[in-house]
Design a protein around this ligand. Structure first.
Ligand code: CA
Length: 189
């Protein structure tokens, strides 16, 4: 009887100490550890794509976890210039809430200057076209060069959404500089 009682107590303690299973991260390669750049810092992370990949790629110069992050440098050419990386998520559910977050850190050697800034967003799409976009927090000249900052947004997928893009953007706005991104997470609530 004592033995059974003891087993029940141990089982109870195990239940108390077992963390609630975290929601599944919808992003592939969220820590940007693949591919491992072999002396080439222009390798785009597997699973993501870029509309201006000359100005971003995986790098071992900074990392929050693992060995790599993604660097973003300001594209030249003025106010309208942007660059960034995108994860395409196909199984989005309309009316469902999504949380998207990244960690951002400024570059010591070429920090963000003037009005340049970074921002996360979720582009809601239907039949391969943008139907709406939810904007998340921005980071700019005040971003720390030593400490990773959590930037997080929450948004509900509009009716009709059949795909979404999780987007990390560098807006040049006539400024310049560089920042790093690591440990991206997207979850459905
Ligand atoms: Ca990493």
């Amino acid at each position: 009887m004592m033995k059974l009682f003891f087993i029940m107590i141990v089982a109870g303690l195990l239940m108390l100490t077992t963390p609630v299973l975290a929601a599944e991260n919808l992003l592939e390669n969220p820590g940007f550890e693949e591919p491992i750049p072999a002396g080439d810092t222009d390798d785009s992370p597997i699973g993501w794509w870029s509309w201006n990949s000359d100005y971003n790629g995986t790098t071992a110069d900074a990392s929050r976890t693992g060995k790599y992050s993604v660097y973003f440098i300001g594209p030249p050419g003025g106010e309208a210039q942007t660059q960034g990386i995108v994860f395409t998520f196909k199984n989005v559910e309309p009316d469902k809430e999504y949380v998207f977050s990244v960690y951002a850190m400024n570059s010591k050697k070429d920090s963000i200057k003037e009005r340049a800034y970074g921002q996360i967003s979720i582009e809601w799409r239907k039949d391969n076209e943008e139907i709406d976009r939810a904007w998340g927090p921005t980071w700019g000249v005040d971003l720390s060069c030593n400490k990773w900052k959590l930037c997080e947004m929450t948004a509900i997928a509009p009716k009709g959404t059949d795909e979404c893009f999780f987007v990390i953007t560098f807006f040049a706005e006539d400024g310049s500089g560089m920042f790093y991104i690591d440990d991206a997470v997207a979850v459905g609530k």
